[in-house]
Design a protein around this ligand. Structure first.
Ligand code: GLN
Length: 488
């Protein structure tokens, strides 16, 4: 690495505020890193070096007018956005061939907030098409690679965002998480990924997959960096009626190494069938470590967990089938060249533009919502969702956080699961219940198996990201997994 690229947000901020580097130096170092490694990692769909240099130069000018502490925490820090987050004037594909040249006329709220904070957008990252997948192999463009082993997937759907951070191409990125798409790639790439509570971060300008589950969040190298980024993006937004109007605490204050009195629940269902025994034992060791620092831990049961995957794969495709109706070849996106009449134009455009996984989900969702089947599928899935939420509520009467593995296994090989949709979907079996209940969940590195990172998932009460951060920070300070770097 060139000395600057690969540093954390916190470290870069020190360089910037002490005058050891300008924002332009920082942007250039990361652009050079992308040029050096991205032909192998393939994290980026659309690099935006010119935009980054321009924004960094603005940050330098602002900094020369300001003094030390009045410089915004993310000023001059480069970042990347998953390509389903809208950027005004910059191509946004959602990983789909149906949006090959969509230039949004507006920014997502998270984009506005990061730019207002002085950060410099360095590129848009690869993802599974419309965020449907667990490996980036469903991207309409190309798969991204895991920096720890280029033959393996970085996870998905926010795989490009995770790989970019793990490869030192960018100090932080944003992803979106509908069933695990921030936490699962964070686990596979050995970094920190946070899905905030549903409603904590505005979804305005996020290309919708399943609106009742989607949430945007940060991918970073450290827990404190995740807190810094959440500070910048969280909070009420009049443009998203599901964003909640409650005060945003300073999450960095929650980053203190203190496990005293912390009550940890360890749900048995997250250590059962399909979970690699090596992963389970690394995670149990993490629980023991926290107990050694003053926490208490107890096993508990979340019996409806076994129905979470099945009900998620009714609810998510149902919402997707409705959300994706707007891609009709008329309003925007790909339009067929064939002359086919107005219904034919829609059918042909959708047929040519959408990939197989997306088509399958539209069909499942449309079926599940159709008259006569709605009660049997969609309604029942929503009832299961309520049960899942109630079981979490009951657990949180006894515990402050729940600790589980983030994924059943470490990163798998490219192609290993792409022919087996069920095997692929099982990659999110431990993360998607958190979306079903709308809770915050964070993944952080807790060990390695055969050179591949393992993720520890910390689940919190709704809007209690602070306890999640405190738990994660305490663990991180007592270990050095986060300090390891993939060699490229
Ligand atoms: N892999 C899950 C799915 O395909 C989750 C994806 C996500 O969180 N966006 O639905």
């Amino acid at each position: 690495m060139n000395g600057i690229a690969g540093k954390t947000v916190r470290e870069l901020r020190e360089l910037l505020t002490s005058g050891q580097a300008s924002a332009r130096d920082v942007a250039e170092a990361h652009i050079a890193r992308i040029e050096a490694v991205d032909s192998r990692v393939r994290a980026f769909l659309t690099p935006t070096p010119d935009v980054a240099i321009r924004q960094a130069t603005d940050a330098d000018i602002d900094a020369s007018c300001a003094r030390g502490d009045s410089i915004a925490p993310l000023a001059g820090i480069p970042f990347a956005l998953k390509d389903n987050i809208c950027t005004r004037g910059i191509r946004t594909t959602a990983g789909s061939r149906i949006l090959p040249n969509f230039i949004p006329p507006y920014d997502a709220t998270v984009t506005v907030r990061l730019l207002d904070a002085g950060s410099a957008l360095i590129g848009k990252t690869n993802c599974d098409e419309f965020a449907m997948g667990s490996s980036t192999e469903n991207s309409g463009y190309f798969p991204s690679r895991n920096p720890w082993d280029l033959e393996r997937v970085p996870g998905g759907s926010s795989g490009g965002s995770a790989a970019a951070v793990a490869a030192g191409e960018v100090p932080f990125s944003l992803g979106s998480d509908t069933g695990g798409s921030i936490r699962q790639p964070a686990a596979f790439c050995g970094i920190v990924g946070l899905k905030p509570t549903y409603g904590r971060v505005s979804r305005y300008g996020l290309v919708a997959y399943a609106s009742s589950l989607d949430q945007i969040g940060p991918l970073t190298r450290t827990v404190e960096d995740a807190a810094l980024v959440l500070n910048a993006i969280a909070g009420h937004d009049p443009l998203d009626s599901t964003s909640v109007n409650s005060p945003v605490p300073d999450y960095t204050l929650a980053c203190r190494a203190d496990a005293k009195g912390l009550r940890i629940g360890v749900p048995r269902q997250y250590f059962g069938e399909g979970v690699d025994p090596g992963v389970a034992s690394v995670v149990r060791a993490a629980v023991d470590l926290l107990c050694g620092l003053g926490a208490t831990a107890e096993e508990c049961d979340l019996p409806s967990t076994e129905y979470a995957l099945a009900s998620y794969y009714i609810i998510a495709p149902s919402e997707a089938s409705s959300n994706l109706a707007r891609f009709d070849g008329v309003k925007y996106g790909h339009r067929t060249k064939e002359l086919a009449g107005h219904i034919g134009l829609m059918e042909k455009s959708r047929d040519e533009g959408f990939g197989d996984e997306v088509k399958q989900r539209i069909m499942i969702g449309t079926y599940a919502l159709s008259a006569g089947y709605y009660d049997a599928y969609y309604k029942r899935a929503q009832q299961v969702r309520t049960l899942i939420r109630r079981e979490f509520d009951a657990a949180f009467e006894r515990f402050d956080v729940l600790l589980t593995p983030t994924t059943p296994t470490t990163a798998f090989k490219l192609g290993e699961k792409s022919g087996d949709p069920l095997a692929m979907k099982l990659a999110d079996v431990l993360t998607l219940p958190v979306n079903m209940a709308g809770l915050p969940g964070l993944s952080l590195p807790c060990g390695f198996i055969d050179g591949l990172p393992v993720g520890l998932q910390i689940i919190g009460r709704p809007f209690d990201e602070e306890t999640v951060f405190r738990t994660a920070y305490t663990y991180e300070q007592a270990t050095d997994w986060h300090a390891r770097r993939a060699e490229l």
